[in-house]
Design a binder for this molecule. Structure first.
Ligand code: UDP
Length: 323
């Protein structure tokens, strides 16, 4: 198959490309390198079935050209990371909403399947013990920038369902829960690379708020396995799936201690307010853990990596990178 990966030079996108190439597919990537990087795909560049184009999904003419001969698109190009969204609210909305609409217009024209990478952020502040696909979305006021991310990605999901319903376009949506692993940047706010980077440098490990908030982390290779599983299953068409690993939910305070111990770091663990970290009136969700029953009932999926293994792999990668 010829597969287009938008955002293929990003953290998750680059791992997805690797796996698709390993399975014998031909992969083309469009990425504007805003949060992705050439370093992420350096090792793929010589591959005979791989091609990279630096460009933006807001560029309709380029996007249309790239869709030629494509059988399926993995749409990952998006603004990501709570910190990135807060720093770049308008650009984030543009790329997440207008960019996605462009992708779907091209997909309809060529009749190719779209796999949309969405996010658990769409559930907002709903802190049920386990979030299932039909759980309510609970969002705060529009003056709180964070919720623009949840709203724009939810709109992406509505766009997907709309194209499926009105144009009979095959679509499937994966809602990703706190994916992490090698190549994830610490620059856009994600907690694991931030804690590891701080621990390796001996800087304070910055826990926001009380640190009692919980998250369930998923290793990027498990996320990719699920994305490929839903993308290649006819049964999954028209459906939305949580993609995550509920087995290793932890408080952020506990995560800080774990990273410190694993990195053999002497860093202090420092608690700072959300206002200092982000902006006034910032809101966080106290608990976010997926229910993956639906995913496991549609495809054969079981995560391979524990939180310990996730941290070991990511620390080893970041140590290598830091020399
Ligand atoms: N967090 C933290 N310190 C950091 C970065 C993040 O305590 O340096 C917290 C953040 O407030 C949230 C959790 O870690 O409660 C996960 O944050 P991340 O941005 O990785 O993902 P989120 O689940 O918020 O989308």
């Amino acid at each position: 198959m010829k597969i287009l990966v938008t955002g293929g030079a990003g953290f998750i996108g680059s791992h997805l490309c690797e796996q698709l190439l390993d399975s014998g597919h031909s992969v083309i990537v469009i990425d504007n390198l805003s949060t992705g990087s050439l370093a992420n795909i350096e090792h793929l560049k010589g591959h005979k079935n791989f091609a990279f184009t630096e460009g933006d999904i807001l560029d309709c003419a380029l996007l249309d050209k790239m869709f030629k001969g494509v059988d399926m698109v993995y749409h990952l190009a998006a603004a990501v990371g709570v910190k990135f969204i807060i720093d770049n609210p308008l650009d984030s909305i543009h790329v997440n909403v207008l960019g996605t609409e462009n992708v779907f217009r091209c997909a309809v024209k060529r009749g190719c399947k779209v796999v949309l990478a969405s996010t658990s952020e769409v559930y907002g502040k709903n802190d049920l013990p386990r979030l299932s696909e039909n759980s309510d979305r609970i969002l705060g006021a529009t003056s709180i920038t964070r919720w623009s991310y949840a709203s724009s990605k939810a709109l992406d999901e509505f766009i997907s369902f709309g194209y499926h319903k009105h144009h009979k376009l095959p679509i499937v949506i994966g809602r990703l829960f706190n994916t992490c692993g090698p190549r994830q940047s610490s620059r856009y706010g994600m907690v694991i690379p931030r804690f590891i980077s701080q621990a390796l440098k001996g800087d304070p490990i910055t826990v926001y708020g009380t640190g009692e908030q919980t998250r369930a982390f998923t290793f990027v290779k498990d996320t990719v396995k699920a994305l490929i599983g839903i993308g290649f299953s006819d049964k999954c068409v028209g459906e939305v799936f949580n993609i995550g690993n509920e087995a290793y939910a932890t408080t952020i305070k506990n995560l800080a201690a774990l990273v410190k111990a694993k990195a053999r770091s002497s860093s202090e663990i420092k608690f700072i307010t959300y206002e200092e970290a982000y902006e006034r009136d910032f809101e966080d969700m106290m608990h976010r853990v997926p229910d993956t029953t639906k995913l496991r009932s549609f495809i054969d999926f079981k995560p391979d990596y524990s939180l310990d293994q996730i941290l070991d792999h990511t620390i080893a990668f970041m140590k290598g990178k830091n020399g």
